[in-house]
Design a protein around this ligand. Structure first.
Ligand code: G6Q
Length: 537
């Protein structure tokens, strides 16, 4: 049987449609018995995943396993990891690429699945290790012979969101005297605000662009170069680059050091390549970056298990498909009860919505089923004081994915009123999951909670480089499994092109206007500029 199959051609889909007519009622009497809570639980790679608060029963779980088998989701995942060209639309012009971000972390075995890509990752890691050692031993330093203390990553989209989310998650593990900052937006205030707080003489700039052509990044590189020059510093002594081999930025003469990523690593899946590696290893240390890769690799391996209770990313993907395609829920909230995961939902928004926000199949035909949901989230408990009202009583049902850790990162905590802050944060997480599921009847309709709203809990001991790597890979692989099941190409992003083309057109029209050229009077973008009072921009 072919690996690619339309979702609505899968027999199990019909079975699940029937089961979805009477899904498990989480608010029913004894719906959350201790037996149910104990049995809808699995442990993989240091994560405990609790899903008794999803609207599933054993029949649904069996059907989801059957769906995974019938759609050959694990075979597709292994094909991806082995270097099959999965980034394609059959019969149409498309990227036609392998999808090998997993090879960047398949380092801990003598027999990696895609050995050429893993060798390339190893080479880059060796170069990075040497570069870091030279920074440590002072053979690379500023013009005064002082060490660099700060790295600023200049990049956008996949060259920003993942590395930034990981850095913030792991800031606690920064090496003494080292830190990282990020500039992404072409809004000049982004660069100005970041640069204004730095001692540029002790700052490395890491310009990251796979294509080497991204407007925002090239503009910000120029801004930063001029800031260095204005401070009397030599940019060539301060700027490193991470780019695709052969890109316009692949010009080692211009940079203090150059690192590479390859076309088989998609931007939003690139955090474990040099795109994240240079900044993270500078700030956190090389060994911590390796730990991150080790954690990701463990989850990648779990992704090869056929049994969905042992394959956590697959289980998360299937529960998401149950909620999206069979119960009809349109969005997913990712709610980390960990302040360090502040930007993780933003990273997932890109990873998930750019991957699975698709409308044609891998055969180039319009999809006849729902694809990726809207993904959003904020750390709890802050979110509780903001948007949880809608989660509990709003007219939209939002499946929630809670993430928590038993131990805090800094372990600076106090028992106040008999409980520590860590106990408080975790008690709140559990309470929210229960409240969503069980609801509460009240005579006053305004104070009554309907309940029967699904969620799951993902819990690990502590947010460390290893568990962060695992968490990243859990979601990356969940997203890939869902795309395989929906028969869409999760690895391209044609949908971001049109806006870029139109922005460039507006910019060139502004230049032409400046040069006194006459412009078409009926162009909507010119009418819009006028209406917005931006004609004189
Ligand atoms: C991610 C996308 C996109 C990309 C940025 C930056 O998968 O491709 O977000 O990462 O547009 O691209 P460059 O790294 O090429 O500058």
């Amino acid at each position: 049987m072919d690996l690619f199959n339309n979702f609505d051609a899968l027999q199990t889909v019909q079975q699940l449609e029937k089961l979805a007519k009477k899904p498990y009622n989480l608010a029913g009497p004894d719906a959350l018995s201790p037996e149910r809570i104990a049995s809808y639980r699995t442990s993989v790679c240091g994560f405990d995943f609790l899903y008794s608060t999803q609207r599933v029963n054993q029949e649904v779980m069996q059907a989801l396993q059957q769906l995974a088998d019938e759609a050959q989701l694990v075979a597709q995942f292994k094909a991806m990891k082995s270097g099959t060209v999965m980034n394609k639309i059959i019969g149409y012009a498309s990227e036609e690429r392998q999808v090998l971000h997993t090879a960047c972390r398949d380092l801990f075995t003598d027999t990696p699945l895609a050995s050429k890509a893993t060798d390339e990752a190893r080479n880059q890691l060796t170069r990075l290790k040497k570069f870091l050692a030279e920074l440590d031993n002072g053979s690379i330093c500023n013009a005064k012979g002082e060490p660099f203390t700060t790295i600023v990553q200049v990049g956008i989209g996949g060259s920003d969101l993942g590395p930034r989310a990981l850095y913030l998650a792991l800031k606690r593990y920064c090496q003494k005297g080292r830190k990282a900052c990020f500039i992404a937006n072409v809004d000049p205030d982004d660069a100005a605000a970041v640069l204004s707080e730095l001692d540029l003489s002790k700052t490395l700039i890491n310009v990251v662009s796979k294509s080497g052509t991204t407007l925002e990044t090239l503009t910000n590189e120029k801004l930063v170069r001029s800031a260095l020059t204005a401070a009397g510093l030599d940019p060539a002594r301060h700027i490193v680059a991470v780019t695709g081999a052969g890109s316009p930025m692949d010009d080692p003469e211009k940079y203090l050091a150059s690192f590479y990523m390859y076309d088989y690593i998609g931007g939003r899946y690139s955090a474990t390549s040099m795109v994240g590696g240079v900044t993270l290893a500078f700030a956190l240390g090389y060994e911590n970056f390796l730990e991150l890769l080790r954690g990701a690799n463990a989850v990648d391996q779990a992704g090869e298990q056929e049994d969905i209770t042992k394959n956590l990313p697959l289980l998360m993907a299937l529960l998401g498909i149950w909620n999206r395609n069979f119960l009809g829920y349109n969005t997913v909230a990712v709610l980390p009860y960990s302040q360090a995961l502040l930007r993780f939902p933003a990273h997932l928004q890109q990873c998930d919505m750019e991957s699975n926000g698709k409308q044609v199949t891998r055969f180039g035909k319009p999809v006849q089923w729902k694809t990726g949901p809207i993904v959003w989230g904020e750390p709890g408990t802050n979110g509780q004081h903001a948007f949880y009202q809608l989660l509990h009583q709003g007219s939209e049902i939002v499946p929630a994915e809670f993430i928590g850790f038993r131990t805090s990162q800094y372990q600076q905590d106090l028992a106040i009123h008999g409980t520590t802050s860590q106990q408080k944060v975790l008690a709140n997480m559990l309470a929210q999951s229960l409240a969503l599921a069980l609801g509460r009847a009240d005579e006053n309709p305004n104070a009554s909670f309907p309940g029967n709203r699904p969620s799951s809990l993902l819990i690990a001991d502590q947010l460390t480089p290893y568990s962060m790597g695992g968490l990243l890979a859990l979601y990356e692989n969940k997203i890939a499994f869902q795309g395989f099941c929906w028969n869409i190409n999760s690895f391209d992003q044609e949908g971001v092109q049109l806006g870029k083309v139109l922005a460039n057109r507006i910019l060139s029209e502004l230049t032409e206007k400046e040069e006194g050229k006459s412009l078409p009077s009926d162009a909507p973008e010119l009418a819009l500029l006028k209406a917005a009072g931006l004609e004189k921009l």
